[in-house]
Design a protein around this ligand. Structure first.
Ligand code: SR1
Ligand code: MG
Length: 402
């Protein structure tokens, strides 16, 4: 019989107390539930007398964003904890440290990153993060290369693919990103002024063909262990530090899906500048910063991934002249397609982004939504023709000036 039950704040303290080497045995502990995501309980447990603290994160048996009518596996807590440990080993310093895992209670006790901010909120407040492109490209190049058939033992990888099958969380992505936005699904959610745009999306068979190809890649292409939900709400940041959190959607999938998640969320923020920048000049400056970040992320990712391949590649035949160039070209095209798909879902699908949804003026919000949709659709439609990251940037730039 399972011991699982949702924790109270007091129980979170009892669990935190068992972690050795963090808290002073004398001082009182204080606990607060601070979760604001779609799926989990998150307790901050601190000791005011020492200033020490930890996070206790517990999965609920349903999707919090919808309610108890949407049951969801608790196994995602094991997946998250295992993924964090692998990522921490492959990309040291770029994820929170895991102190303790309890698969029965579906919880992970980990490093408290309260001195960071969630990147989405940081960007909304005008934050600039000079280390981000270097850090996130390092995170992606190392975690994705060393869990792919290029960088790890291929028999061990097959066993890892099995333990990260994650069918329920993958089904959420398959539905919410690669199906529902393209049909009149009950889960869709959009402002009434976007009804005509949504109907166009549902009828656009040229677009559907590209979405079907991207969906097939998500379903079948077990290229590397992905984070699986790498949006700016899954990144804690300061100007000096980047920490990737929340890999509960981790599974073996197409590498471009993770890179596309990062770029899509920067482009959603790019679209949201209709509101967050006070005038045209500051809007342009902000957009140039976002575009430069996108360029640096792809260029650095490609350089680092190729360098890892050249130095640590485990596959003899993958060293054949021309194969690496072909592989990187396919990665770029996948990245562009997934970037587009991840933008469209945030405008018409179930889960949106605060960058755009919190724009108070409905006219300005509509402008940002239309821009995000336009960029997203163009990226999806053109992904298989793209040969350079500059083409993705040109699509966003031209749409913003149209
Ligand atoms: C029901 S979960 C909705 C979304 O939240 C997560 O962050 C994923 O992006 C998922 O699609
Ligand atoms: Mg999450």
């Amino acid at each position: 019989m399972s011991n699982y039950h949702p924790l109270t704040e007091v129980e979170a303290i009892e669990i935190a107390k068992t972690i050795p080497g963090i808290f002073d045995s004398e001082g009182e502990l204080v606990s607060r539930e601070i979760g604001d995501g779609n799926l989990n309980l998150v307790f901050h447990v601190g000791q005011p007398s020492t200033g020490k603290s930890v996070i206790v994160k517990q999965a609920l048996p349903y999707a919090k964003v919808v309610g108890e009518s949407w049951p969801l596996t608790l196994d995602r807590a094991r997946i998250e904890s295992e993924a964090l440990k692998i990522e921490g080993r492959l990309a040291p310093g770029l994820v929170p440290e895991v102190y303790h895992t309890d698969n029965e209670l579906a919880l992970t006790v980990m490093e408290d990153l309260s001195n960071h901010v969630i990147m989405r909120q940081g960007l909304i407040e005008g934050g600039v993060y000079p280390k981000f492109a270097n850090d996130i490209s390092e995170f992606m190049a190392r975690t994705l290369f060393f869990t792919s058939d290029l960088g790890m033992n291929q028999q061990e990888k097959k066993l890892l693919v099995h333990s990260f099958a994650n069918p329920e969380l993958c089904k959420i992505t398959e539905d919410l990103i690669f199906d529902h936005p393209y049909t009149d699904a009950d889960t869709n959610s959009f402002d009434p002024h976007l009804k005509e745009q949504a109907e166009k999306l549902w009828a656009d068979t040229e677009l559907h063909l590209e979405v079907a190809i991207l969906r097939e890649k998500f379903l079948t292409h077990a290229q590397a262990l992905l984070h699986g939900d790498l949006h700016t709400g899954s990144i804690f940041i300061t100007p000096e530090s980047t920490k990737v959190i929340d890999p509960e959607f981790a599974y073996f999938g197409p590498i471009g899906f993770d890179i596309g998640a990062v770029l899509a969320n920067l482009l959603l923020h790019f679209a949201s500048q209709e509101n967050w920048s006070a005038d045209e000049a500051s809007r342009q400056t902000r957009r140039q910063y976002l575009v430069q970040s996108i360029r640096e992320i792809w260029v650095s990712f490609e350089r680092k991934f190729r360098a890892l391949w050249n130095e640590h590649g485990t596959d003899r035949i993958a060293k054949t002249a021309g194969y690496q160039d072909d592989y990187m070209q396919r990665l770029l095209q996948d990245t562009v397609g997934f970037t587009g798909a991840k933008m469209v879902r945030r405008i018409v699908g179930l889960a949106h982004v605060a960058d755009i949804d919190r724009i108070p003026d409905p006219i300005v919000r509509e402008k940002a939504q239309r821009l995000a949709l336009e960029i997203g659709k163009s990226l999806i439609k053109r992904n298989r023709q793209v040969t350079s990251i500059e083409q993705l940037i040109n699509i966003a730039d031209s749409a913003s000036k149209a």
